[in-house]
Each structure stands twice: as C-alpha cells, then as structure tokens.
Design a protein around this ligand. Structure first.
Ligand code: PAF
Length: 288
C-alpha cells in the first residue's frame, strides 16, 4: 500500500494502472476507520484490480458549531487497518491546502438541489454541499470505475448518485450494507463520542427503526402515527430525536402507503454524538 499526499502523484500512479487495463475502485473516508469502512474496502476489492482509499476530513461539510475540531483522528491505526486488508493499493491522504488551495471560501461548489435541504440537510445546513463538492473533486482526481459508499448514510448516497447522474460523471456508485454491532447499533466513527451509559442506550435507534418497519409490514396505515410512536419511544429511551421520517425510497418525499419501496430515515442526539441510521421497507408486501 503506497501512501500518497499529492494529487499529481496519485494521478501519475493511476494513469499507469489504467494503461495496464486495471479497473479502479475507490473508497473515500474521513478516517477513524472501523469494520464498516473495512467492509467497503472488501467490496471495492471484489469489483476491481486496483483499490484506492482516501482519508480526508473535509472541513467544507462541517457546520460552524459542529465537531470538525474534535473529529477523531487515528492515522496510524487507520494505516495499519488498511494495510491488514491486503487489498489497498493506494491510500490518498491529502492536506487541506492540496484540496482547497484557494481556500474553502473561494472554491467552486457543487450543489445538489432539493434532497440536500431535507432531513440531515435541514439540521446541518450546507452539509451536503460540502459532501457533494469533495466527492465530485475526489472522483475527478481518482477517476475510478467504481466508488463505494455505505448505505448507512442513505441521504448522502442519494445526493451523490444524483450528482453523478446530473454531471454525467463516468463512475458506477455502489452502496454497501451497513455494518452493525451485535446489538444493532450501526458502526460509525461518532460512536466513539458515547460514554458507556450512552453506548447502552444507542441501539434503541435501530430498535425504533425495526419496530416501525414491522408496523409497516403488518399493514398499519397511519404513517404519521408510526413516526409519532417511534419519536416517543426514542424520547423515553434517552435519545433526543432529530427526525424520524418514513419516506419514499426513490424521492425521499413523505411516504404514501402505496409506495413500492420506503425508507425510514432517523437521526437522534445522544450526549456529544448525533447518530443516524435507516431501514429500507419493501412496501408492496403490505398492500395486498
Ligand atoms: O461519509 C463520509 O465519510 C464522508 O461524507 C465522505 C463521503 C468521505 C466525504 O467527505
């Protein structure tokens, strides 16, 4: 695994790989890697000959009052984990001035309308603009055949898919299953903020999603009622819900009972952490 800090050097290396007819997979991350990231690397290795991972904590996707300064950074551990997979050819770890040489404020922005403004986008204004901008830039630097993202960030994945489609970027975007702890908690770098007591409470987010999914599959018609019960359950469990919404999985509009595929999107605060998770529901099962 070669560690590269400059865009120019990475491009040179990848040019040679492409010349040798290798297919390239790319896994962008912000570091502090866990099993979820490693499962993305395995997926990337299944798809292509050459695997590129990146670690860049993108300041543009953090709001003024968010955790940019305290975002966990574990460079040695990250490198060791990536090396241990035996699958990563290049780790791209640029400095901020390599990515934003003219400063963030003067940088061109990629804005994906509408779906960037709801749910996480409404609680974190500008977040998806930052994500779309960095992902677009990284895709242009790496020019991979495949780019792998976790399904845990369902809305992020939709924003990226729409950007790739709208801008005709020549890459296939792949969503990989959410890696979970045994008690159901979706793995996330931000789980590291949880105290032991909070960690015991955290799986209730997954439990609330599971209960809502069961209610939908049972044929319960009152979507707003299901959401209200989930919010109440989260409150009583010690989580502070940000949103819990049952949506159409293709448009992220509020779901109708007739929708073929729904997704339940949820975010909740717990101590210093803001946890997000989701669950897809195959709607047609309950319309019979
Ligand atoms: O999901 C993440 O870790 C980040 O949002 C991403 C896609 C690496 C962009 O900074």
């Amino acid at each position: 695994m070669k560690i590269i800090h400059s865009i120019q050097e990475l491009r040179k290396e990848l040019h040679m790989r492409r010349f040798d007819k290798e297919r390239i997979s790319f896994v962008p991350t912000m570091g502090n890697l866990h099993e979820g990231h490693i499962s993305l690397i395995h997926r990337a290795a299944e798809k292509a000959d050459c695997v590129v991972a990146s670690i860049f904590v993108n300041p543009l996707q953090f709001g003024a009052n968010e955790d940019l300064e305290s975002y966990p950074s574990t460079p040695e551990e990250d490198e060791a984990q990536l090396l241990a997979t035996g699958s990563v050819d290049f780790l791209f770890r640029p400095r901020a001035d390599e990515i934003y040489p003219v400063g963030q404020e003067n940088h061109t922005i990629v804005e994906v309308p509408n779906i960037s403004d709801v749910y996480c986008g409404s609680s974190r204004p500008g977040h998806f603009r930052g994500v779309a901008t960095i992902v677009c830039k990284l895709l242009n630097i790496v020019q991979p055949d495949f780019a792998i993202f976790g399904n845990k960030d369902f809305q992020q994945l939709m924003v990226i898919r729409k950007m790739v489609e709208d801008l005709c970027l020549p890459v296939k975007v792949i969503g990989a299953d959410t890696a979970r702890a045994e008690d159901g908690l979706a793995l996330s770098s931000r789980n590291g903020y949880l105290t032991p007591e909070e960690r015991a409470i955290a799986p209730n987010l997954h439990k609330a999603l599971t209960q809502a999914k069961e209610a939908l599959l049972d044929g319960q018609a009152d979507i707003k009622g299901i959401e209200a019960r989930a919010n109440q359950f989260l409150d009583q469990s010690g989580l502070q819900p940000d949103y819990f919404e049952i949506c159409n999985a293709k448009t992220l509009e509020p779901a109708l009972r007739s929708d073929q595929q729904m997704v339940i999107l949820a975010a909740a605060y717990l101590g210093k952490a803001r946890l997000i998770d989701n669950m897809v529901v195959d709607g047609h099962k309950n319309n019979t």
